[in-house]
Ligand binder design. Structure first.
Ligand SMILES: *Cc1c(COP(=O)(O)O)cnc(C)c1O
Length: 409
């Protein structure tokens, strides 16, 4: 008899984005004349930049010739890409990470989920609330939790509420976790963590032998020079943290697929007898067993982001989205909303007016302004009463949406 992984039965049906889709489709069917502006899903809208496209084409051409054809590449990624990442994202910023600590992959979504495999089922996981849903769902899939309770929390996960009172930076948990997911700049709140705040977490992890799983997918949106781009800018972090990075939001690779995970050789976890083991060889073993590398043209395209032209072009696109965020932030503030984020991140986190429920505000916005956003409650119970606007949109739509929201009653 074939038995299923019963942990999957504990999961809620994927609810948030399908439900948004359902409500938008229904509205559109009933109101075919309305022009709906979508600022809900966190997907980029601008095309790949010319330097990336050129390298992508060249990579494809190389595959067309016997002399330059490539079959399987190194599972961890080609050296040309790992070297470029280590130099530009770390060493040039004064962070001592070597190319050998970098594992190129097809996405941070996959990496943040797959990483659970190399850690034992006995680990207690701490996550923020609200949060990127992948961390909680993959924790459930890996068998580290009980079922969902009536408060929307899974039994066995340590939730760390992030709200206006704590500036969307969680307090240190009272119950000791083993693995801690942190994401800054944050999705969904658009807020950032200062060096001091991250140091607090690194010190906590060192004292308690925890590991921080740091998601820096939105690192390129940091505009404030004092905000760390990497957890490894914090002293001692290499012994207690690993970092996820992605080209998805940095360079529009959401459909192209390329990301990487950094695991310093200093990072250790423990066996049941308390003996320390380096984490990097475990991930290397998993990665080389279950993954056969990102396609060559895609890695060529990713490496082009680090060329002089590539850097300039990618920065222009990031600035375009950041200008969208600035326009949204300013307009929503002027309209009377309480708003967060949007300065070092492509997301604006809005408090709903008169403590409206997130989904009620969603419906009002859809029906009266024909604008789609994301209900904060979809990211966790502490997101109730909030709403996320994404800056990944065309400028004209942003301006139009803000005008419509201004005229809402
Ligand atoms: C978009 C996003 C990612 C990137 O995922 P990919 O699989 O690399 O596209 C990672 N983490 C968060 C929080 C995100 O919002």
């Amino acid at each position: 008899m074939a038995l299923i992984n019963e942990n999957y039965l504990k999961l809620q049906a994927g609810y948030l984005f399908p439900e948004i889709g359902r409500r938008v489709r229904e509205f559109a069917a009933a109101n075919p004349d309305k022009n709906i502006i979508r600022m809900g899903i966190g997907d980029v809208t601008q095309p790949l930049v010319p330097a990336v496209i050129k390298a992508f084409h060249e990579g494809v051409e190389e595959l067309a010739n016997a002399a330059t054809f490539k079959g399987y590449g190194p599972e961890q990624g080609y050296d040309f890409l790992r070297d470029a990442i280590a130099l530009n994202d770390y060493q040039n910023r004064g962070v001592d990470i070597s190319a050998d600590d970098i594992f190129v992959s097809d996405g941070s979504k996959c990496d943040t989920g797959n990483i659970q495999e190399i850690f034992g089922a006995g680990n207690k996981i701490a996550i923020c609330d609200p949060v990127y849903p992948v961390y909680a769902d993959t924790t459930v899939m890996s068998g580290k939790t009980g079922t969902m309770q009536s408060n929307g929390y899974f039994d066995g996960i340590i939730y760390m509420p992030c709200n206006e009172a704590n500036g969307f930076i969680p307090e240190l948990p009272t119950e000791r976790p083993d693995l801690i997911f942190l994401c800054y700049p944050n999705n969904p709140t658009g807020t950032v963590a200062s060096k001091e705040e991250l140091k607090k977490w690194v010190d906590y992890a060192r004292t308690n032998k925890c590991i921080i799983l740091y998601d820096a997918a939105y690192e390129s949106y940091i505009t404030d020079d004092s905000i760390p781009h990497s957890i490894f800018e914090i002293e001692g972090a290499k012994e207690v943290a690993l970092e996820f990075r992605s080209f998805s939001k940095t360079a529009g690779f959401t459909g192209t697929r390329c990301a990487f995970t950094v695991i310093p050789k200093e990072l250790k976890a423990y066996d049941s007898e308390g003996n320390a083991h380096p984490v990097k060889p475990l991930w290397n073993r998993r990665h080389t067993t279950k993954f056969n590398g990102v396609s060559y043209p895609v890695q060529k395209a990713a490496a082009a982001i680090y060329s002089e032209e590539g850097k300039k072009q990618v920065k222009e696109v990031v600035n375009y989205y950041l200008e969208n965020a600035r326009i949204m932030l300013e307009s929503l503030k002027k309209t009377g909303f309480t708003v967060f984020g949007g300065v070092n991140a492509p997301y604006v986190w809005v408090k709903t007016p008169n403590s409206m429920k997130s989904w009620d505000f969603f419906d009002k916005l859809l029906n009266e302004a024909n604008v789609v956003g994301t209900p904060g409650s979809g990211f966790g119970p502490s997101g109730e009463g909030y709403f996320r606007f994404s800056a990944f949109a065309d400028r004209a739509n942003v301006l139009d949406a803000m005008e419509r929201i201004k005229n809402l009653k």
